[in-house]
Design a protein around this ligand. Structure first.
Ligand SMILES: NC(=O)c1ccc[n+]([C@@H]2O[C@H](COP(=O)([O-])OP(=O)(O)OC[C@H]3O[C@@H](n4cnc5c(N)ncnc54)[C@H](O)[C@@H]3O)[C@@H](O)[C@H]2O)c1
Length: 343
């Protein structure tokens, strides 16, 4: 029987790619998003147009519902009407820096909104709940690579704290109601249809327009850039392999990556941190244009370095992200120029 999947945040960057891939793989997909104005609504709308077109052309089962996660009645209605059996929850207020200026948005979407997802997962017998966490939960940790077994009790932004709270909330629901739930700690995802508030898009736009780019911590940063196709492949495999209780879990020596109940946490990263200046060099050479660089101090809420250990993911789904930054940026720039009609 065809599985019905609810993708929240389906007009967003990762949600769009995932919806497309699932539709092409024969799943029935219900998309949910409020199309908020945190960044260009036109881009979100354009992603949805692509999904609508794809499903009309191929007679795919694709329903899109516009709504807020915080609207409990709306969420209940959705579950009653469409009866999804799997959820990939990607809708959230994203962004580290914005959480410094608008903390309320994170409480609404990431805390109250997530609670509604958990409530509906229990009431409507969800078989597999997969939800977005973030590499930002590693906060001030400096032991690298970051492992899911590390303690993550020192967040440096409200965004990070909200994602860590999601992991704790989900664990409670897995324990109380035996709901299989899997947290995905994404590491700087980039690629075509990417987010205009993230460095690849911000820098590309500025370089093309010959405007200055702001380089924080004077360039002394590194990020574990992860290409979107690697992220989607990982999620696809996790959809087929719900979290299970860890039979060897030791309560007297608890490891946070798994539990006695069906809750798991996985890093989704490239395990290959790239210095910021190298990332800018790759962009410059792909665009054949030098950036105007303005060096600035570290921003509040930012971390200096991210670096994922993906051995647990690899053991679980026999896959680890592998696309190099050079290869990924090439594909991203091709899309960027085509989308913004720069050729
Ligand atoms: N892209 C990354 O590098 C990255 C890194 C770490 C974690 N994440 C997490 O992965 C998830 C997906 O990220 P993305 O890059 O696709 O972000 P995105 O902002 O492109 O997508 C999120 C979508 O959720 C929607 N949304 C936000 N609040 C909502 C609400 N209250 N109700 C309904 N819809 C709402 C937005 O309109 C948006 O379309 C997010 O949870 C994000 O925090 C992403």
């Amino acid at each position: 029987m065809t599985k019905k999947i609810l993708i929240t945040g389906s007009a967003g960057f990762i949600g769009f790619h995932l919806s497309k891939r699932l539709l092409d793989s024969g799943y029935e997909v219900i998309g949910f998003d409020n199309l908020n104005s945190y960044y260009d609504i036109q881009l979100k709308q354009e992603r949805l147009n692509q999904l609508n077109k794809l499903s009309i052309e191929n007679s795919y089962y694709w329903k899109f519902i516009k709504g807020n996660l915080e609207d409990k009645e709306k969420m209940i209605q959705l579950f009653k009407e469409f009866k999804p059996c799997i959820i990939v929850h990607l809708a959230a207020q994203a962004g580290v820096r914005y959480s410094i200026v608008n903390p309320e948005a994170y409480l609404k979407a990431n805390i109250f909104g997530f609670q509604n997802i958990l409530y509906c997962s229990e009431k409507y017998n969800i078989e597999n709940l997969i939800y977005a966490s973030s590499s930002s939960v590693y906060g001030g940790n400096t032991k690298t690579p970051f492992s899911e077994s590390d303690q993550v009790n020192h967040p440096v932004s409200l965004y990070a704290a909200s994602k860590k709270a999601n992991e704790l909330f989900a664990h409670v629901y897995s324990h109380l109601y035996n709901i299989p739930s899997t947290a995905l700690r994404f590491f700087t995802v980039y690629g075509p249809w990417g987010r205009p508030d993230m460095a690849p898009m911000i820098f590309t736009k500025a370089i093309i327009e010959k405007k200055p780019i702001r380089i924080f911590n004077n360039g002394d940063m590194q990020r574990d850039f992860t290409y979107i196709d690697d992220v989607i492949e990982s999620i696809l495999r996790l959809i087929k392999k719900p979290a299970k209780a860890n039979k060897n879990f030791k309560k007297e020596l608890p490891d946070s990556s798994s539990s006695w109940c069906p809750h798991r946490i996985f890093n989704i990263g490239n395990s290959n941190p790239v210095p910021l200046m190298k990332f800018i060099n790759i962009l410059e050479s792909e665009l054949d244009q030098k950036a105007i660089k303005v060096f600035e101090p570290m921003q509040l809420g930012d971390v200096k370095s991210t670096y994922s250990d993906t051995s647990k993911l690899e053991n679980w789904i026999n896959y680890k992200p592998k696309i190099s930054l050079e290869e990924g940026i090439k594909k991203f720039i091709i899309w960027y120029k085509e989308f913004y009609k720069l050729n």
